[in-house]
Ligand binder design. Structure first.
Ligand SMILES: NC(=O)c1ccc[n+]([C@@H]2O[C@H](COP(=O)([O-])OP(=O)(O)OC[C@H]3O[C@@H](n4cnc5c(N)ncnc54)[C@H](O)[C@@H]3O)[C@@H](O)[C@H]2O)c1
Ligand SMILES: [Zn+2]
Length: 384
């Protein structure tokens, strides 16, 4: 028997100027009162104003909250929840990157309960959604708008952690190209590499299904073919939109097969050294694929055949190497800082990194290759 499933948001719209779709959705809700959830970077980028204008023009009550920090800790989300729970909202419209959307997901689960984020970390089966959610992603991106995960850091353990619950799926997603038009190059690159790692990890995962394979491949192709173009030519809006869609597909793939090696090793780098999630993934991506190669060679080769059919005459091993070389080329050409020493990581941190990665049991269980302690240590050493 084979299992094939995906979990999807209720409705997704792609294109530009999609706010009427938000209006239509809000009209279906009684006594709509919106929590407009975002962060300071989005306010500065001017991406929240059109939403405010729209809500005002249509007489829809809203309150804005923008204090969430990038890559928040669970205590920060709890504190923000206390603040916003005083507003009488029944719909969250979250506009931002993964940090904003993940915090919004958690708030939708905490509302009208006595739970804290720690309770959900300890027992995600307690998660139930208590208000409608609308996600408008602005990076290109985590795919959080499509996943059933919310990632928080746990400062006392110096690590990041993924809470997983179906209740996190949103009611509406707007993939509006306008939101990535002016995304700064460095965030574009690191968030798109995060998305690429979602697609490649899902395509090579132990739990991959025919359906997760389909969407992971669509996403991988869009990102492989467009990321360098989008980075080098900031006016190439089509390439940016391709990354935005590829990131969405990566998120959908995660709902079935989950991420694995890159994310398991990346969380300690984010948790202790505060390296941005996409940057940490970029640093580890090639070395992780090389270590996994004996177990996933045929999967990488299938990616190669599908995305670069002109390489079809190569051997399976050479095709896998081709994909790994493309990953390395992308990291180099998008100028992502990869020197761990510059982030304060020392060789003496190796034991912490390995112990902490081994704690990511959920992610490592999705990896086709069972990783030994020494293999994990070798990966970190390779990027130091
Ligand atoms: N839930 C999931 O499935 C999932 C998947 C992957 C990563 N994540 C998590 O998402 C977080 C990272 O999210 P991210 O990479 O999207 O970045 P982010 O949300 O942390 O944003 C990074 C910075 O970019 C700014 N920004 C975002 N969009 C912008 C735009 N269009 N113009 C100008 N500035 C903009 C933000 O204000 C912020 O300062 C991490 O915590 C990561 O662990 C979650
Ligand atoms: Zn990720």
């Amino acid at each position: 028997m084979k299992e094939a499933f995906l979990k999807l948001p209720q409705r997704v719209y792609l294109g530009e100027n999609l706010l009427d779709k938000l209006g239509e959705f809000l009209q279906t809700r009684k006594n709509t009162n919106v929590l407009l959830f975002t962060d300071q970077g989005l306010l500065k980028a001017g991406l929240v104003q059109p939403l405010e204008d729209y809500l005002q023009a249509h007489g829809i009550a809203y309150q804005i909250e923008s204090e969430i920090k990038p890559e928040p800790s669970y205590t920060q989300v709890d504190a923000l929840f206390k603040k916003v729970s005083q507003f009488n909202f029944n719909t969250i419209v979250a506009i931002g990157g993964g940090s904003v959307m993940d915090a919004a997901k958690l708030i939708s689960l905490l509302l009208h309960t006595d739970l804290s984020v720690k309770d959900l970390i300890n027992d995600p089966t307690k998660a139930q959604k208590h208000c409608a959610t609308v996600f408008i992603p602005t990076t290109a991106g985590t795919g959080s708008e499509a996943t059933i995960n919310a990632i928080v850091s746990i400062p006392e353990k110096q690590v990041k952690f993924g809470i997983v619950a179906d209740a996190m799926l949103p009611d509406l997603v707007l993939l509006d190209g306008n939101n990535v038009k002016n995304l700064p190059k460095s965030i574009l690159a690191s968030s798109a590499i995060d998305a690429l790692s979602h697609c490649v990890e899902c395509y090579t995962a132990k739990n991959a299904t025919v359906m997760s394979d389909g969407v992971a491949l669509l996403g991988a192709k869009l990102i492989f073919k467009n990321i360098i173009k989008a980075y080098q030519d900031t006016k190439d809006i089509q390439a940016r939109e391709a990354l935005q869609l590829g990131a969405f597909y990566g998120g959908v793939a995660i709902t079935a097969s989950g991420t694995n090696i890159v994310h398991a090793l990346s969380y300690p780098l984010g948790g202790k050294f505060h390296i941005a999630h996409g940057v940490a993934n970029a640093i580890l991506f090639k070395a992780c694929m090389e270590t996994n190669k004996p177990a996933i060679e045929d999967r990488l080769a299938a990616l190669c055949t599908n995305i670069w059919p002109e390489e079809g005459s190569k051997s399976t091993s050479a095709k896998a190497d081709f994909v790994i070389a493309k990953i390395a080329e992308i990291v180099a050409k998008t100028e992502i800082p990869t020197d761990l020493k510059k982030f304060g990581v020392q060789e003496t941190d190796l034991d912490f990194l390995v112990d902490s990665a081994l704690e990511q049991k959920r992610l490592l269980s999705h990896n086709l290759k069972k990783l030994t302690r020494s293999e994990i240590a070798q990966i970190y050493k390779a990027v130091m």
